[in-house]
Ligand binder design. Structure first.
Ligand code: GLY
Length: 391
């Protein structure tokens, strides 16, 4: 079998689906290759939209992209619901980041100073004020940051809505893995799928999450520098007798590990997440579950009463600077939309817009808001270093 879309997207996770949906809306004949579209890392993710509370030193450029995407979320979710009749679970609930001991408190104070210096909306609360907002918090909470702009979405519902929206917009779904990217005369021409289908496309977008760095047919030096970063996560249920349990996302850094609790309107409570560099392993370990429950219990002791409904591990697509690789690559006809690391759910709206802009523009340039995240930035850095060394 042979098919000829304008654009082939390899990977039907939320990044690939948002790119496909936006591309199809702009009139491009678009196909997505994925044996199980709507799955991927989003199936595991908690769905925090935490541009401000997950701010890291040295990542101000990424912050701007994160904020640009956060600003789009309400309209993005509304447009998806309007198009599909499906709810994405977008909930503008805010986040509370708390400190449990003097060291955490000092660290959170530093983060608050950094946020304030960048003009971000983040308010310091005493421990008592934190507990007034969230009465289930442990009595020992020393203080916290109230960030009313960091919201949540339900990534599984988001994926389902994106899949439906893409189908309604005319995207073709090829339910097979891309076995090999194909090239001819120095340009990528599509891919051959595991079921033997040949897809010929003028533009091919690699959006395969943590798998993006190991697809056949791309010279090793041109593969995206993406690695798997394992996250173990738990789901609990808040029985009606325990509601309201938490009214917003609550998070902390406990002994250097991030722990967060994301309460959904449907009674689900997501508890995450480990961050482990163990290659392709997705085993849920007793140690991972123990550490998450231990840390969350210090934060919100009442969680031990809740039914534990699911344990799962997924792989974040980590990149060297924790930011995505977007747009054109050194290979004509090949584009990347990958490497979103901890921010895939948050960055979905802005990635869909940026990729559709590149796919339809004459010059293939990323829009200004995404220009710092070009797919070639690591290759360029390496070749500069090489040239400098050879001089
Ligand atoms: N952004 C949350 C996580 O990666 O665990």
């Amino acid at each position: 079998m042979r098919t000829h879309p304008d654009v082939l997207i390899i990977g039907g996770g939320i990044i690939g689906l948002a790119t496909a949906w936006r591309a199809a809306q702009r009139g491009l004949r678009t196909a997505v290759a994925d044996p199980a579209p709507g799955g991927g890392a989003a199936h595991v993710a908690a769905g925090m939209l935490a541009a401000v509370t997950e701010l890291q030193y040295g990542e101000q450029a990424l912050l701007d992209l994160n904020l640009a995407s956060a600003a789009r979320y309400a309209d993005f979710a509304a447009e998806l619901s309007e198009a599909t009749g499906l709810d994405t679970g977008y909930r503008p609930c805010g986040t509370l980041a708390v400190a449990l001991d003097a060291d955490d408190r000092a660290q959170l104070r530093d983060l608050h100073a950094f946020q304030t210096a960048l003009g971000l909306d983040s308010r310091w609360l005493t421990g008592r004020e934190c507990r007034r907002l969230e009465p289930m918090l442990a009595p020992g909470v020393r203080g916290g940051l109230r960030v009313d702009g960091d919201h949540q979405v339900d990534p599984r519902r988001l994926a389902a809505a994106l899949l439906r929206a893409a189908e309604l917009a005319g995207v073709e779904f090829l339910r097979a893995r891309a076995a090999r990217v194909e090239s001819a005369a120095g340009r990528v021409t599509g891919a051959v799928l595991a079921d033997g289908t040949t897809v010929c496309a003028a533009q091919t977008v690699l959006a395969a999450g943590s798998e993006s760095g190991r697809i056949d047919g791309i010279p090793p030096e041109l593969l995206p520098p993406v690695r798997p970063v394992k996250g173990q996560i738990l789901r609990l249920r808040i029985p009606a007798s325990h509601a309201p349990f938490l009214s917003r996302t609550v998070r902390a850094v406990v002994r250097g590990s991030h722990v967060y609790l994301v309460p959904r309107d449907n009674g689900e409570l997501v508890l995450g997440a480990t961050s482990e560099e163990f290659g392709w392993d997705t085993t849920v370990t007793a140690g991972g579950v123990y550490e998450l429950l231990r840390d969350a219990h210090e934060l919100v002791p009442g969680i031990t009463e809740l039914p534990l409904t699911e344990t799962l591990a997924g792989l974040r697509p980590g990149s060297p600077d924790n930011a995505p690789l977007l747009g054109r690559t050194a290979l004509d006809g090949l584009l990347f939309a990958t490497g979103h690391h901890r921010n895939g759910v948050l960055l979905t709206p802005v990635t869909g817009d940026a990729m559709a802009a590149v796919l339809t523009s004459a010059d293939g340039e990323l829009p200004a808001y995404a220009a710092a995240f070009g797919a070639q930035r690591f290759a360029a850095r390496e070749s500069r270093t090489y040239q400098e060394l050879s001089v």
